[in-house]
Design a protein around this ligand. Structure first.
Ligand code: NAD
Length: 487
């Protein structure tokens, strides 16, 4: 059995979490389990008043606890206690997450949850190590750059890795001395509510983390446009990122971190270990059924080895074991919703109509859940819909090149620049490509993050503004004030 569980026995925290309490509200959005399509809950939608209540609670908590002004080590210790409790409660958290989302329970406890707890600890350590500085001036004055928290940060997260995405936002914002009002995706909100409950149980001041449930147009717009939200931190699609920029510009200027979409290339040269490359490439497009912002969905391979590499990738893509997210043997996830699966299928069809050759997959799986066959499409040009669109599903395209220049030209995407992969054993070429690739991340001879949380992540082009993770994410949650004293 291991971590497997019966999905009908899980109790969910359905409600907003404000001021340290769960606030039940009438359900408005019907929710279905991606693994079997069964309706399991209805999520409330917070309107302007509920968002206002959450922001007011955050402000009151900051004032009552002096969270931004206490000895920084106290923030470190409190956040570490929260991380410890998240790990202690990992199985309960994993059941909530696996029930609602596309994340298999077998990947959650040692994966998403352990990583998130460690990232919270990582950010907690910045609290008493990064700070203000004295700067060089002449000896008649004293110059200082004082670093301060913003106040209340408004965070919005997507559905693809609900726990991890909440951790990316909450960890640095809280360590930096802010309070947070978080709006998780309307499709997967309950793990964030449980994380907020755990924070209070671990001793964090009630009201420091508030979670409002709801959709983008109602709840998201109320949050990003709220006059007391000092900074917006968003992860999601480029389309929603644009809408948020517009709303923020209309309602008042404020700083924003935007982590948006991607369409990342993986470039393979003949001089690499092809079997290792195939494992990394197939893994990146089947992991979470391709629903990852950094999924390496565009294979660009040297022509002389294209057939060999493609055949190996095909084998590996077909070998993944689909199953419900509550079965701990499951390797391959469903797509989040029927609507998203229809979108994936629509783009695949358009890609084939535009001349692409479907080498495997290209159809929904025979299952009550929203599963889609791992799909490989060859013969695509730069204008093919499967190249242009972020599909956010298990679809890999194959393009070939003869020269480095061709490889670079194919790798550049008109819209996105989130991540990229390069497989080669040539050191000089590695450096040339690392300099020229237009992406916020370059992975060489691998295609995945490590557990080195110090490496920031973020996009070039319309893949975003600013960074999550790393020192940059901590600093993005502080603002600086220049002080000059005449002596
Ligand atoms: P989405 O943009 O549809 O929704 C993301 C969040 O934004 C949700 O909580 C949603 O309710 C909210 N939202 C939507 N419209 C809004 C609006 N006008 N105002 C305020 N909030 C709004 O994205 P999704 O479908 O949930 O997630 C998939 C997308 O997220 C993909 O494009 C993926 O690449 C991106 N993503 C990016 C990263 C990264 O680090 N760059 C990480 C994960 C996911």
């Amino acid at each position: 059995m291991g971590l497997s569980f019966d999905p009908d026995t899980v109790s969910l925290p359905v409600g907003h979490f404000i001021g340290g309490k769960l606030i039940a509200a009438e359900g408005a959005i019907e929710m279905r389990r991606p693994s079997d399509g069964k309706t399991y809950a209805a999520s409330p939608v917070a309107g302007v008043d509920m968002v206002d209540h959450a922001v007011a609670s955050a402000k009151a908590a900051l004032k009552a606890s002096n969270w931004g002004g206490v000895r920084p080590r106290e923030r470190t210790r409190a956040l570490q206690a929260w991380a410890d409790l998240i790990e202690a409660e990992a199985e309960t958290l994993a059941r909530i997450e696996a029930l609602c989302s596309t994340r298999p329970v077998g990947q959650l406890v040692a994966g998403d949850i352990a990583i998130t707890a460690e990232q919270i600890r990582f950010f907690a350590e910045f609290a008493d190590k990064e700070g203000s500085e004295l700067v060089p001036t002449d000896d008649t004055s004293l110059g200082m750059i004082i670093s301060e928290p913003y106040g209340v940060v408004g965070a919005i997260t997507p559905w693809n890795f609900p726990i991890s995405m909440a951790g990316w936002k909450l960890g640095p914002a809280l360590a930096a001395g802010n309070a947070v009002v978080l709006k998780p995706s309307e499709m997967t909100p309950f793990s964030a509510v449980y994380m907020a409950e755990l924070a209070v149980r671990a001793g964090l001041p009630a009201g420091l983390i508030n979670v409002v449930l709801g959709d983008g147009p109602t709840t998201g717009t109320a949050l990003t446009g709220h006059s007391e939200i000092a900074k917006v931190s968003f992860t999601g699609s480029t389309r929603a990122g644009s809408a948020i920029m517009e709303n923020v510009a209309r309602t008042g200027v404020k700083p924003m971190t935007l982590e948006l979409g991607g369409k990342s290339p993986q470039i393979v040269f003949a001089d690499t270990d092809l079997d290792k490359a195939a494992t990394a490439i197939a893994g990146s497009v089947t992991f979470n059924a391709g629903q990852a912002c950094v999924a390496g969905t565009r294979l660009i391979v040297e022509r002389s080895v294209a057939d060999r590499l493609t055949a190996t990738i095909l084998e590996k893509m077909k070998a993944v074991r689909p199953g419900p997210t509550w079965d701990d043997a499951t390797q391959y996830s469903p797509v989040i919703s029927e609507r998203q699966r229809a979108r994936v299928d629509g783009i695949v069809r358009a890609a084939i109509e535009a001349g692409g050759e479907c080498l495997t997959g290209g159809c929904v799986m025979d299952s009550p859940g929203y599963f889609y066959e791992p799909t490989l499409i060859a013969d695509v040009d730069q204008a093919n819909p499967a190249i242009v669109e972020e599909i956010f599903g298990p679809v890999l395209t194959v393009q070939t090149f003869k020269t480095e220049d061709e490889a670079l030209a194919l790798s550049s995407h008109p819209t996105y620049g989130l991540a990229s992969g390069l497989f080669t054993s040539d050191l000089s070429r590695t450096v040339r490509f690392a300099r020229k690739l237009e992406a916020g991340t370059v992975w060489v001879n691998r295609y995945s993050r490590s557990r080195d949380h110090i490496l920031p992540t973020g996009g070039y082009k319309r893949s975003g503004i600013g960074k999550d993770l790393g020192r940059e994410a901590y600093l993005a949650n502080r603002r600086t004030k220049s002080v000059l004293i005449s002596l």
